[in-house]
Design a protein around this ligand. Structure first.
Ligand code: SF4
Ligand code: SF4
Length: 429
């Protein structure tokens, strides 16, 4: 037996903590456990005590011949190509009722035609017949500007999945402005159960950035919050993303207090605003570096902890996201298909168009560069990731960012993981 190469040790409050990044097991080590680790480090064979068996079960110890990096690489590749359900991000329209400084999508118009809707439905049917579960995210633009399309397609997809006896799940990413009572009830009827809404700080800061396109100057914050509260009352799984830059960073504490007061704090998380599109580069004087964001995020976790709210912790992952999973696609309102939702609407980044394709197989048979660049992107191609103890849950970070810059970009865990481990230890004390 040997020590896992993914053990990370932290000394904290007279304790010696170990965290394994492959299994996410975390423990305080007692003298017996430390003796076992020291013995295996010296290459000595150890007695098969209950403790040693338990340390192996949670990943702190591994078999002598185990090559953990190879195991990870195999699972990563398997996760990319092994069908585990169809994931579609669909924009019923690319139009938006907001004009936010970091977004270009609202400038686009047009809705998903009936012909394209039928193509997507037959794609869903093929996968469902093959026993694949179906997971839909409604996206945009602002998807609720195309709500009739959402209702119509949802009804059909629910029928298909019921007939083929596979699971159907759906969520929506919305600015929340159009979420009136009727819309909420309809979304519920059509099995949209989760929702992501974004805030850009407290009232004044948010209102300055997230403005209505109609030029009325009417503030949006209060209405979004009222709508989010209403959706929460109807038991939607609500995630509130708070965009963090140098300005909103200062408002996180009062914003958390406000969210607690409104009952919206359960899944409040921070989004790092970075200039990853040409259109967003102009506002990035205000952006935080990854290190700065990591510090802000861990300080925010401490606030959550103080407020008795769930805190963040790494989770084991096989692939990073839909972009590097073969059966996941993003479809815009013109029927152009992408791998990453950051690419949506940027035509030169599409992997093909449903307009000219009989089925999605056509893209797979003759994949273009936009397709292959995501599917062949791998953190295992980079020494810094191969040697990194965070690889099992980081998996090289966001492929979009990594491809853009030419190498994986470390995420905030890299800078503050020890703090998260200590917080975890405090939580179980
Ligand atoms: S590549 Fe990055 S931005 Fe695109 S879906 Fe994946 S994590 Fe998100
Ligand atoms: S991107 Fe950075 S933190 Fe992530 S695995 Fe690679 S080297 Fe480690």
């Amino acid at each position: 037996m040997k020590e896992s190469k993914y053990n990370i040790y932290v000394e904290y409050k007279d304790q010696y903590l170990v965290f394994n990044s492959r299994t996410i097991a975390t423990a305080a080590l007692d003298k017996e456990a430390i003796d076992i680790l020291e013995a295996v480090r010296r290459g000595e064979s150890i007695e098969q005590s209950d403790l040693a068996k338990q340390m192996k079960r949670v990943g702190f110890l591994v078999d002598d011949e185990a090559d953990e990096l190879q195991q990870l690489e195999m699972k990563y590749n398997w996760g990319k190509y092994q069908p585990s359900g169809l994931g579609l991000v669909i924009a019923p329209t690319m139009a938006c009722n907001f004009v936010c400084p970091y977004c270009f999508e609202g400038m686009q118009t047009g809705i998903l035609s009936e012909e394209l809707q039928e193509k997507i439905l037959s794609m869903v049917s093929v996968f469902a017949k093959d026993g694949q579960n179906v997971d839909i995210t409604w996206f945009g633009g602002e998807p609720l500007l195309g709500k009739d399309i959402i209702y119509r397609m949802s009804e059909r997809m629910m029928e298909i999945c019921q007939k083929e006896q596979v699971c159907y799940e759906a969520g929506i990413v919305t600015n929340g402005y159009l979420l009136d009572e009727e819309t909420i009830l309809k979304l519920k009827k059509y099995k949209v159960t989760s929702m992501q809404i974004t805030l850009d700080g407290l009232h004044d800061t948010h209102n300055k950035k997230r403005r209505l396109k109609n030029g009325s100057g009417e503030p949006t914050f209060t209405k979004i919050i009222e709508n989010a509260v209403r959706a929460k009352e109807h038991e939607f799984e609500m995630a509130i993303r708070v965009n963090v830059d140098k300005e909103t960073e200062k408002e996180l504490e009062p914003l958390l207090d406000f969210a607690i007061e409104k009952g919206l704090s359960e899944n409040l998380y921070l989004g790092h605003v970075i200039a990853n599109t040409d259109s967003s580069k102009s506002f990035c004087d205000n952006c935080l570096s990854t290190e700065e964001f990591a510090r802000t995020a861990v300080n925010f976790e401490k606030l959550l902890f103080k407020a008795n709210l769930p805190t963040d912790y790494p989770v084991p992952t096989r692939t990073k996201c839909g972009a590097d999973y073969l059966y996941s696609y993003v479809i815009d309102a013109d029927g152009d298909v992408y791998k990453c939702w950051n690419d949506i609407g940027i035509k030169e980044n599409s992997i093909g168009s449903l307009k000219n394709a009989e089925s999605i197989d056509v893209f797979m048979e003759n994949p273009n560069f936009n397709y292959t660049k995501y599917m062949t992107w791998s953190p295992f191609n980079y020494n810094k990731c191969r040697q990194c103890k965070l690889l099992p849950f980081c998996m090289g970070g966001c492929p979009y960012n990594g491809i853009g810059i030419g190498e994986p970009i470390c995420e905030n865990w890299k800078y503050e993981l020890e703090e998260y481990i200590k917080l975890k230890c405090d939580a179980v004390d």
